[in-house]
Design a protein around this ligand. Sequence first.
Ligand code: SAM
Length: 247
Amino acid sequence: EGALYVVATPIGNLDDLSVRAGEVLGRADLIAAEDTRHSARLLAHLGIRASLLSLHEHNEAARVERLREAVAAGQQVALISDAGTPLISDPGFRVVRELRDAGLPVVPVPGPCALVTALSAAGLPTDRFLFEGFLPARSGARRNRLEAVSELPVTLVFYEAPHRIRALLEDVGVVFGEREVVVARELTKTFETFLSGSAGQLVERMAADSNQTRGEFVVMIAPAAERARETVASLAAEQLLTTLLEE
Ligand code: SAM
């Protein structure tokens, strides 16, 4: 029977590819990959020769049909992205949706994911968190999104690119003030670093050492404080009471 395997690949350290992921990629009839040249290198490293089909933001809609037909015809198809878990700030949603709607098997092969990797070692609460992916590139829109989630009693998680990390932290400073922020950089790679402090302190660290602005980043912000939470709760209660009294 055909199936689509959604396979997580390393986010830096190639040894993080699971044994099962290697097996699934090794026997796949077709591998749909975000950047086929990038993935060809990973597959060469694993000694795997398979046919690759590009699947990215701009052609996903057009590729869906082709992949559905391949799986319906009994092929073993693997879906990978450039790094980590497909569909997590990466292409694949439409394909998975379409195959599920068609009643075809979709099988996850779990593995590395930058947000989970970052949370697991940041020292911030992990019982509740909100993953917001990449924020808008423009500062105004970015601040609006930050403000919208600033009073939630959950750890906030964002992805960011090196050319915007300082701008993001500056906006975090404006919205969150002294709230603790942890920046996880280059996870599983040689220059893996965790920095923590207020956004302002982290901006200073980066200004003092430009190496700290290189690479890939996960930015995490501590939950809104208990006191702020109580204020929000008591405000809500007050509003309810007012409404009830009015009625
Ligand atoms: N699908 C991937 C996953 O499972 O994490 C995420 C893909 S997204 C296009 C790329 C972003 O993930 C980067 O800009 C960065 O924010 C984050 N990221 C990926 N690898 C990372 C790493 N080794 N260290 C820190 N952040 C990483």
